[in-house]
Design a protein around this ligand. Structure first.
Ligand code: AMP
Ligand code: TRP
Length: 355
């Protein structure tokens, strides 16, 4: 066998309000990639429970993220949409990867440090092992490309390290069983079972910042609802949040250079560029020299134009719980069959007896 078949995988946690950062940094890319690749999109409920989740809210959020995928334009018939916990092979491969990854590698993960906060002794073991489950999500399908926001870069580097160590540790067994694939690593051609997955992190929206503080990432868990635009916000709420967004008193510059040291202005220009699908330079050509009193209403109109139809579609889809559950069930069955094919080989490679 030579070269891996291109396959896109990504996941979103069902842990609260989906926001503009999730949409521009991830979900919109998921939609675009459907035209050129086979795609698997997963609602990662097992990642969600690494922190406490109310069970009824978890069910509700899982359906809501699914509705957002569908409302944004993901086609669950051509591609695969499912929730992670339906396919137990994710957890099985995560255990194998817990035995491949080293403590030192996981100790370096900044997301664990951020999420565990000061009270690290009291964080769940699952929160620490979070990245090995993420590597398993991707590699159980031997996926080659993963669209994500900038905050997931380190986890994807770890995924490559795990794939590489597995390929090295078991190289003679992989060769003997004939289940490896030739792949390019830099200039070299190597043989391995798992691909070295490429992240897709590009464009002006890889890191959308809070509307209240341009140095903090827009996040589901920020206590201030004014800090983010939720995908479910109505037109008035979107306009109000943009009107109240923190800015500085200077007018917009005419060149991106002028946005340095102005994190809030930079963020709003980036959001505009991303929503309009134009470069930052182009936004500044239109608005350079103008006050925020002119720019903010234009940004609000654009945001409403792009997001309101998705919110409406989310509401429509969410009303049909049977449909959502059917999509997840069907996606779970198709994903499960693919994952089991990989796991049959993984068990043989390692020496875990089965049928
Ligand atoms: P999460 O909500 O943490 O599961 O994130 C889902 C996806 O959204 C991941 O690909 C994240 O990298 C991306 N994402 C989350 N927050 C932001 C943000 N503020 N800007 C850009 N992308 C983001
Ligand atoms: N860790 C990702 C986040 O917080 C979610 C995730 C879980 C994921 N598994 C994944 C993303 C696999 C891409 C691929 O955003």
């Amino acid at each position: 066998m030579s070269a891996f078949k291109p396959l896109v995988f990504s996941g979103v946690q069902p842990t609260g309000n989906l926001h503009l950062g999730n949409y521009l940094g991830a979900i919109r890319k998921f939609v675009a990639l459907q035209d050129t690749s086979d795609c698997i999109y997963c609602v990662v409920d097992m990642h969600a429970i690494t922190m406490w989740q109310d069970p009824a809210e978890l069910e509700q959020s899982t359906r809501e993220v699914t509705a957002a995928f569908l409302a944004a334009g993901i086609d669950p018939a051509k591609h695969i949409v499912f929730n992670q916990s339906r396919v137990m092979q994710h957890a099985e491969l995560a255990w194998v990867f817990n035995c491949v990854a080293r403590m030192g590698w996981l100790n370096r993960m900044t997301q664990f440090k951020d999420k565990a906060g000061k009270d690290r002794e009291n964080a769940s073991v699952g929160l620490f092992a979070y990245p090995t489950l993420m590597a398993a999500d991707i590699l159980v399908y031997r996926a080659t490309h993963v669209p994500v926001g900038d905050d997931q870069k380190q986890h994807l580097e770890l995924t490559r390290d795990i794939a590489q160590k597995f390929n090295n540790d078991f190289s003679s067994r992989i060769e003997a069983l004939g289940c490896g694939v030739e792949m390019k690593v830099g200039e070299e051609t190597v043989h391995g079972f798992f691909p070295l997955t490429e992240p897709i992190i590009e464009g002006p929206a890889t890191r959308i910042m809070s509307l209240r503080d341009g140095t903090k990432k827009m996040s589901k868990s920020d206590p201030s609802d004014l800090s983010r635009i939720n995908l479910t916000d109505d037109a008035d709420t979107i306009s109000k949040k943009i009107r109240k967004a923190k800015t500085d008193p200077a007018p917009l510059p005419s060149e991106p250079e002028g946005l340095k040291e102005r994190p809030e202005a930079d963020n709003l220009v980036g959001i505009y560029a991303s929503l309009a699908e134009i470069a930052r330079e182009e936004v500044l050509r239109q608005f350079g020299g103008q006050q925020f009193s002119v720019f903010k209403p234009a940004l609000a109109d654009l945001a409403v134009e792009k997001l309101a139809p998705i919110a409406g579609e989310m509401r429509r889809i969410s009303a049909d719980r049977g449909y959502i559950d059917g999509v997840l069930r069907d996606g779970g069955m198709r994903a499960g069959a693919l994952a089991e094919t990989t796991m049959k080989d993984v068990r043989r490679i390692i020496g875990l007896l089965g049928d």
